[in-house]
Design a binder for this molecule. Sequence first.
Ligand SMILES: Cc1ncc(COP(=O)(O)O)c(C=O)c1O
Length: 492
Amino acid sequence: MEQLALGGLVADHVVDADRKASSGRDRHHLGVGLHGLQLGLEGWIRLHLTQEHLHLGNGHGGHWGAGCQKPCSAGYKRQATTWLGQGMGLGSTQLGVADQGGGVGQTLSWPRRSAMNTSELRKIPYTKPSITPLEVEFATDAAANGWGEHCYDYIVRFEEAFKAHLGVKYAIATSSCTGALHMGMHALGVGPGDEVIMADTNWIATAAPIVHLGATPVFVDILPDSWCLDPEQVEAAITAKTKAIVAVHLYGNLCEMDALLAIGERHGIPVIEDAAEAVGSVYHGKRAGSMGRFGAFSFHGTKTITTGEGGIFVTNDPDLYERVLTLSNHGRARGQSKQFWPDMVGFKYKMSNIQAAIGCAQMQRIEILTRVKRGIFAMYQDYLKDLPIRMNPEPLGCTNGYWMPTFVVEDCIPFNRDELIDELKAKGVDARVFFWPLSSTPAGGRKAFDKAYLSEEIHLHALNLPSHHNLSDEDALFVSNIARTYMASNVV
Ligand SMILES: Cc1ncc(COP(=O)(O)O)c(C=O)c1O
C-alpha cells in the first residue's frame, strides 16, 4: 500500500498486484475522504486521461479546423483513418470514495482503455442509478422503522438537505417532477384560457401539467448552442394571456436566466425553472432551480440523483410555498386542526418516506455524483474532440451538470441519426434521440417545419450518449469510436 496525496488530502493508494496478474490489468484503489478534497474527481479524471495520452503517444488525428463549410468533407475523410483504431490499453482504475461519516464507502470504477474493438458486444445502458450500501441501509431503515410518528423523518431530512444544497428557503418533496410542476403552476393560477411559454424541444412532462390545468403551451424555438429556449422568441410570443414562462435546463445546459428573468419582470410574468435535468448546474453562482418563482426537479431513476421515482418543488416565495403545501396534502391547510377537513381540492403528489431515505443517501453523495457526470462528459469531449460536432456548452461563469452528454453534428455533414443509433444498438450501446419538437408529435399537433427551425434541425442531427455513473473510460472510448467510425464511413 502506498500513500497518495490528493490536494492536501492523504488517500490510500493500493496497487492490487493479484488482480493485475489475473486479469492483465493494473488496478488502483483510492480511498478518498470527501472532506478537503481539493483536486477533485473531475480534475483527477482529466489528469488520468492526459497521462494516458502521454503513455500512448497517440493523440487524436488532427482537428476539424476548417469549420463547417462544404470543402471540409475532404478534410474529414483524410482524417478519418487517424480517428480509427486508437487506444492501446493499460489497465483499470478504481476509486473508492469514503463517505463523509466514514461509515459507508462507495466505489466507482473507470477501467482504463484497453485495445478497442468496435465489433465487440457489450451492454452499455444510457443511464442507471448509482446505488451503494448507504442507499440500501437508509431504505432498509425506513422500511423497518419509518412508520407511525417516524413516517416523515426521511422526507423532512431530504427536504432540508436539498434546500441547503440549492440555497433556497422552501422545499416540498413530491412523487415526481411532473407533480411538482402541476402543483406549482396551479398555485400560480395557471388555468383555462391561459398561455404558458416553453421551448418546443422538450419532454412532454413539462407541457402536460399546463394542458391538465386547461391552459395552452406556447412553443418557441431553441438557441443553437444551449438548445434551451430563445429569450427573444419568448418575448415575441408574449400575449395578454401569457401566465408563465417555463425555462427548462435541457440535459444540464443552462437557460439564459438573466434575459428570461428580465423579460418576466418587464411583463409581470413569473419564470418557472424546470430543473429536472439540471442537478449540479450552476448559473453565475446560483444553482439551477433556485432562480425562478419556483423550481422543480426530477429524481427518476435516470437522473443524476434518484429516489426511484420522485421530485421536489422549491421556492423562496413564502406565500407560494404555503399554497403548494396545502395543495400537496389534498387541500388540507397546515395548522388545520379538524381531522379529514380539506380546505380546497388539492393533489396527492407526495414522496414516500422510503423513497426519501434513498434520496438522503444520494444527497450525502451528491458532490461525487455530480462530479462523476462531469468526468464522463470530459471523457467524451476528449474522445470526440476532433469530430465536426458540438457538445453541451459551458458558458463562462457557469457550471454544467452534464446530466446527458449530447453531440450535435454540424449541419453540412451527412448524418443519419437512426442509422447510428442502430449501429450502437447492434454493439450493445443504448443511445437516445435528442428530444423531438413537441409540436411535431401527435400530442403537440404534428406540425411540419421549415428548414430554419432549430428544434427540428438539431433533433435530426443530435444524439444523447450513455452516461451512467459507472461508465468506464473504456466504455466512453468504445462508444466514441462507434460514432467516429460511423461518421468517417458516411462522408463521401
Ligand atoms: C425536462 C423534464 N421535465 C420534467 C420531467 C418529469 O420528471 P418526472 O418523471 O419526475 O415527472 C422530466 C423527466 O424526464 C424532464 O426531463
